[in-house]
Design a protein around this ligand. Structure first.
Ligand code: HEM
Length: 217
């Protein structure tokens, strides 16, 4: 854990207590239990599909928070953006946990109705699944290298290249998923698509602000 990630142990507020790996575990356990409860209540393959959709959304929130953490802090420095920036690594690993649950529901939906899954695959361009799979590959590599013991064995330039490329590939995967749904159901999925696009704009604006900042700021 680096100094910027270290929780402040004298502060008793919720945001101060819910940091670091405790934050990651709390989020992943809540997502796993909450989505499983919904899936079981709905039941069968419809329940598994509901689980896929909910975990895709929890993953999107966690990923986009980590993806924009530095930019939002730079643009609007306040308690919340400071907390997000300090916890960006833990939010990123919680995203990986949420997406592990997404994968679990995908497997459950195949087991419960392979015919329905195949019908879905036939309606989806093959390239989407190629991109999804590549994104999972980056997600796994980024998660493994989020642990100090492994990160320290890598050259910083390689670590940075992996995390930078991976984060844009994952962003693209969310963009494609919500673009495809957004053009079919604009009223429901349009806002999801706008949030994904806004994250990219915020990140770019954060970069511009960093470039224009006086040296040492
Ligand atoms: C990092 C990779 C991935 C990302 C970012 C991702 C993201 C998403 C998103 C945003 C949705 C839409 C959820 C909604 O309705 O709000 C979704 C749905 C879905 N995903 Fe994933 N996904 C990924 C990988 C995969 C893979 C590899 C598969 C299957 C092999 C898959 C299967 C599905 C299915 C079947 C749905 C539709 C569920 C339904 O509407 O009933 N996903 N995913």
């Amino acid at each position: 854990m680096s100094i910027i990630d270290a929780p402040n142990r004298t502060d008793r507020s919720l945001s101060a207590q819910l940091t670091g790996w405790r934050l990651t575990w709390t989020l992943v356990i809540a997502i796993a239990i909450g989505t499983t409860a919904v899936a079981v209540t709905v039941g069968g393959v419809a329940g598994a599909n509901e689980g896929i959709r909910i975990t895709a959304r929890t993953s999107a929130v966690l990923f986009l928070l980590a993806f924009t953490a530095s930019a939002t802090y730079r643009l609007w420095p306040n308690d919340f953006t400071t907390w997000v920036r300090r916890n960006r690594r833990y939010l990123g690993v919680a995203f990986a946990g949420s997406h592990l649950v997404h994968a679990g529901f995908i497997i459950a939906s195949v087991v419960l109705s392979s015919a329905r899954f195949k019908a879905g695959v036939e309606r989806t361009p093959g390239g989407v699944y190629v991109l999804d799979t590549i994104a999972y590959g980056f997600l796994i590599a980024m998660t493994i290298t989020s642990f100090d013991r492994i990160a320290k064995r890598m050259q910083y330039a390689s670590w940075r290249r992996l995390h930078l490329t991976g984060s844009y590939v994952i962003w693209l995967t969310f963009f494609v998923a919500y673009w495809r749904r957004g053009i079919t159901y604009p009223l429901f999925y349009g806002p999801f698509l706008l949030v994904v696009l806004a994250a990219l704009v915020i990140r770019a604006a954060g970069k511009v602000k960093r470039k224009n900042a006086p040296a040492g700021a």
